[in-house]
Design a protein around this ligand. Sequence first.
Ligand code: SF4
Ligand code: SF4
Length: 134
Amino acid sequence: MISKKLVLKFPKERVDKPIIWRLVKDFDLSFNILKATITSREGIMVLEITGKRKDIERGLEYLKKEKVEIEPLSKDVKRNEKKCTHCGCCVVICPVSALYMVKETGEVKFDSRKCIGCELCVPVCPVRAMEVHF
Ligand code: SF4
Ligand code: SF4
């Protein structure tokens, strides 16, 4: 058994299809959803998928056929401190609380050790302070 943490991006027209359910039923995989959200363009799900290597490969092939974009959680996300205005938009969307607000000061902090690189904070930041580095 192996586990993989992935970001899945579903095209808008496929958001209400039972795609994840089929991963369990047809490919014998189990999963733990860390975060799911719908933007104006797509559905985004951060999940940990567990199963036999071969079943995971087959499951990922199925997702690609369903036009689901798959990204591993391995990119390096950084915050541009000069750009951040501490507006707080990113705090609610971060699945692991790597972005959080200090109640006393209203300051938004970024703990890069907790960040899993899901990129959910990138499109919600109005000043594009969250940056993906390759
Ligand atoms: S959304 Fe952007 S500007 Fe607002 S607190 Fe987060 S990183 Fe800073
Ligand atoms: S990429 Fe952004 S939303 Fe995702 S875990 Fe890191 S800080 Fe949180």
